[in-house]
Design a protein around this ligand. Sequence first.
Ligand code: GLN
Length: 481
Amino acid sequence: MNLKISALEFIEEVKTGNISVEDFISATIDQIKNIDEKLHAFLHVNPESVEQAKKIDKKIKLGEKVGSCFGMPISIKDNICIKNSKTTCASKMLENFTAPYDATVISKLKEQDAIFVGKVNLDEFAMGLTTEFSAFGPSRNPWNTDYVPGGSSGGSAVSVSAFECVASLGSDTGGSVRNPASFCSTVGYKPTYGLISRYGLISYANSIEQIGPITRTVKDTAFLLNIISGLDPNDNTTIDSGNADFLTDIDSGIEGKKIGVIQEMIGDGIDPAVLSATNDAVSKLEGLGAICEPVSIDMVKYSVASYYTITATEAGSNLARFDNLRYGYDLPLEGYEFNSYISKARTKFGPEVIRRMILGGFVPSAGHAGKYFLKSLKVKSKLTKEVNDAFTKFDYLVAPTVPVLPFKIGEKIDDPIALFLVDINTVIANLTGIPSISVPFSISNGLPIGIQLLAKQNDDKKLLQAARALETTVQLPEVPI
Ligand code: GLN
């Protein structure tokens, strides 16, 4: 069974009767069994996948209506709720939590007969960018298992890249879909804020985060967006995309489009291999008829500081509910007074989450808010203005997704500031609410490099057209697994 096909190819193969859903899902589960011990993308594998596949095959055989996913195997980041299935956020705090309802994206995919083959690994509560902060052990990069796969949606990117599923859903607060997509050579999409419902996504920093697909092709991302986007009465921040069809006209190209090359993202601190890939991408975009010019976004230099201040503040509030009274685990009440019980219960969080909690308590507090939290909001507003101004001149912006190549597991784990800085190119899309995509572009010394394209708010369809155009210019080697 060829597991290396795209989502749209899978659908075609099933529709034409070339493959059965059962055979494909069984082969997928075998692939997980064979390879996941090494990669650790999965936290739980759905034991009912094959049974679900059989049911879909039966519907096809009887000529009954089948949803547009035709039993496609999808993995789901373990901070998105699937009813009656464990949702741990890769935290000991939620190790035994079973979700009582489906996230909106899950209901939508169920309606279209997707099969959730399992829940995949992440940095605890999506805080991190290597998957090393998972309480259940790191995931490994399929391109070289000594290296990090990126994060926080590391399990999602690994599972797509290693053919353990056809597509995955992750979440992106400051790059968590695009960073692992770049490190594992997959497509990763962060939509316009509000395009996809967050209902059933366990919040980290809800004012800026979005669920996003990780796929093998840009068209697969467009296909999934068609299913999972849209207004949701359960999430008041969702926007009406007017039932946009992201797949039609995806091959329109970028002839005559103007693209700004963000200068602050190709200067100091960039790995020479990433710089050379970016220059190459710019030439390729020009070869497709686009006009590329430098653009400066001055606030980029403050964006990481602003991002971590805002997200720590929101995390501090969002994670207050994990006090072991409302959500939690089995810790007997005896022997504690109220506050000491909660303090004790919260020691279940890992060190990175605790670091964010402490920061998130301090930066918005009385006497300090002006210097930290409010200042960060000002940076966010100024950045948004600068980015919007850039889009009066340009159709798209381009930059490397991550300024460095994937690094070794353990290499940066003890240096939080060095880790934070790796996010410099991705956080601006979240702070400004604009859509952004990472397209696999190059391999340097066996390690992947992704190129990031950005567009203005609600230009998701147009952004996918540019990403598709760029994708057609690259031919990458196969992942060595
Ligand atoms: N690395 C960033 C953080 O730790 C991004 C995480 C994310 O997008 N969920 O906050």
